[in-house]
Every structure is written in C-alpha cells, then in structure tokens.
Design a protein around this ligand. Structure first.
Ligand code: NI
Length: 395
C-alpha cells in the first residue's frame, strides 16, 4: 500500500466508518459493560474475515492481521460516560444518563476503519498488526487489565499507538508531544469524624465542618510550597458532603478529589502528603480523618521520542507538515499509560474542533460533538503508523 493514498482510501470508506461510529454513539455503555459495543466490533471483524480473541478483560477484543514478528499494536477504547447527552445531533444517545462524551465511539470506529484498510493489503504486511479494543478507560484501568491478560504477548508487541479525538485542535490536524503528554492521576476520599450535636452548643461538639474546611484550604499549599515549581501538580477537592440541617453540627464530613502529576514519583508524593496533612490537621482539631486513595491511580502517558517523530512524519505525509501540532503536557489522564509503562508507544490527538458545525465543547461535556471528517484521518493515521513501524522494525 502506498503511504500517500492511505488517506484517499480511508476517505473512500468514510460513510462506512461514520455509520459504525453513529451506531456506537446511539448505544453508549459504561466500563466493563461494553457488551453490545464488543458484539458490534466482533461482528464487523467477522465480516472482514479478521481473526480475534474475545472476552479479554471482560469485553475486550484483540484482533490480528498478518503473522509473526515484528508486531505492532493499535489501540482503541470502547467505554462511555455517565453523562446525559445534550449535543445537537440526530444520532444522540438513546440511553438516558449515558453518553460517548469522550469520543471512544470514534476511536473504536477509526480502528475498525484501519482494520478494513489493512485487511485489503494483508498479504503485504511484514509481521503482525494487533488491534486492541479495550474496555473501561474511564477509571476502570481496562488497559492494565488487558496488559495483565497478555495482549502484549504472543507475538510480543514492540510498539503501540493510540489515538484520541482532540477538541482543542482544529479538524485536519494531529497533535502530541515527546515525553510526558498526559498526567498521572489519583483519586482520594477523606472522611473527617467529629462529634455531632446542637449547633447552638459548639463547645459540646467536635466540629468536622470547620476542620474539613481547614483541610481543603491546607491541601492547596502542597503544590505551591512543596513541589518543585518546574514540576507540575494539581490537587482539586471536588465534593464536600456533610450535615442535613442548619442547626445541627454533623458527625462526619466527606471530601473527595483528584491528584495529578507528570511523574509517578510526584503523584505518590502528593498522595502521601494529602494523607498526612488531612490526618494531622484533623488531630490538631480533635477530629480524626480516614484517608483513602481510592480507585485506580493511572501512570503518566509518556510518548517515546522516536515514535512521536515517526507519527509527525506520518501526519505530515497525510495532512501536510503545518497540520502537525506540538502540545504542552495536559493534566488529563489516560490509561493508554499502562501499555507505555512497559513498551514504547505514542498517543496522538486527532483534531475535531470545528466552530462552523458547533464542535467546540471539550470532552466530558454534555454537548461534546466532533467533526466526523476526523474519522478517516484517524483510520489513515493508524494504518500509516502500523506500516511505517513494521517497515522500520523488519528493516
Ligand atoms: Ni477518552
């Protein structure tokens, strides 16, 4: 397959890719419940006569094209979010309270588009292309589970690429960077225990509300006073729950929040300090604090320098060098990092911003919308990254 006509060929199947994407969009499924999504992926692979392994990490699917080594993997995530859709489109989510608000429907459809294109020239593949359709990117660490269930083995994957629709960049562009691109993320829960009682008699109580307020404020000095100013970190307290009446001091107050950093060491440091400060401030105020780092802490997504260079070249061939953009690191998290923790990889944004059609909202927004002309670009980029990689690795 000639590199330069990959995009023409992807545009030739744009309707097919868009149709898949819209079917997925109408039926969003949350983490580890991607049953119908997984079925659509398998049915499409069956139609394309591409073999696969199903039920990996519950709903994941791993397809293979070509054979033997070298081996390159392309990854898409499949899960949706618990958001009620308000986008102005006629294929809106048909499930109340669930929405593909992070574009994982696009990622799955783009990878199926790449599967169709690669299949047409399978005999020319020198080695194997693995197509990884994973569940539970949104907090469920589906990537780690896929890795633990061996998707990077047999044959051994030497490099991996993942794409994400990118509402910060215009349609017709791709964007990423070498090194840390996305943040390491963690989640915490703090329960401040006091002693409840009548609000008119505070001296008879131990007030967890004032103590929780002090903890919220004090946590903000960790990043500003303890982290190297040239390093990056975020601590956001995002929920506070306590009490039920204006004249009652409650027993407990619960806080939740997120921690972000660009290295695992910084993340672990911030997690440790959140724990210490919450516990000791609580003690200083006669309360106790139970602190838990809950959920799955995600490592930072670190792009291999050479592979971003390779993606830059692929993007320049497809879209022109002016349309390959460099991004600063972004404090969002991504479980693609569980693959790049163990093998070289590169995560690339595909621009979907287009004010002319109202595609202006960020991911995780109820009005999130993409310019679907990005879909064949994503498929073509996947194909190009796989072919360039196999050529390099077998050369
Ligand atoms: Ni996402």
């Amino acid at each position: 397959m000639q590199q330069h006509d990959v995009l023409d060929r992807a545009r030739g199947i744009q309707d097919w890719i868009v149709d898949l994407r819209r079917r997925l969009h109408r039926h969003p499924e949350l983490m580890y419940e991607e049953v119908e999504t997984s079925r659509l992926v398998r049915e499409t692979l069956d139609q394309l006569d591409i073999p696969y392994r199903a039920n990996v990490a519950v709903t994941g699917v791993v397809a293979t094209l070509g054979r033997g080594e070298p081996c390159v993997a392309l990854r898409a995530d499949m899960d949706a979010l618990p958001i009620h859709e308000e986008a102005d489109i006629d294929f809106r989510s048909e499930i109340d309270g669930k929405m593909h608000a992070c574009g994982h429907d696009c990622h799955t459809a783009m990878l199926l588009g790449a599967a169709k294109l690669l299949k047409q020239n399978e005999s020319e593949l020198v080695g194997t292309v693995k197509l990884v359709f994973q569940p539970a990117e949104e907090g469920g660490a589906g990537g780690r589970r896929m890795r633990e269930e061996g998707v990077l083995e047999n044959p051994k994957v030497q490099r991996i690429f993942g794409l994400h629709v990118w509402p910060l960049s215009p349609i017709g562009t791709i964007v990423s960077r070498a090194g840390a691109f996305l943040a390491a993320t963690g989640e915490f829960e703090i329960v401040v225990h006091g002693k409840g009682g009548h609000a008119a008699l505070p001296h008879m109580t131990i007030d967890p509300v004032t103590t929780a307020a002090k903890i919220v404020t004090e946590l903000q000095t960790i990043v500003s006073r303890e982290l190297d100013p040239l390093d990056s970190g975020v601590i956001s307290v995002t929920t506070i729950h306590g009490g039920a009446a204006f004249n009652v001091i409650p027993q407990d107050v619960k806080l939740q929040g997120t921690i972000r950093a660009l290295t695992m060491e910084s993340l672990q440091y911030l997690e440790q300090r959140v724990t210490e400060i919450a516990q000791q401030l609580a003690a200083a105020n006669r309360c106790t604090a139970q602190v838990e780092i809950v959920g799955n802490s995600y490592p930072p997504t670190v792009n291999d320098e050479h592979l971003w260079q390779l993606a830059r070249e692929a993007g320049a061939d497809l879209l022109g060098a002016d349309n390959v953009l460099e991004s600063p690191p972004i404090m969002g998290g991504e479980d693609f990092s569980f693959y790049t923790e163990v093998i070289p990889g590169c995560f690339v944004g595909v621009g979907v911003l287009n004010p002319d059609i109202g595609a202006i909202h960020s991911v995780h927004h109820p009005k999130f919308k993409v310019d679907e002309n990005a879909l064949p670009i994503g498929s073509a980029l996947h194909v190009s990254l796989a072919l360039r990689s196999l050529a390099e690795l077998s050369g």
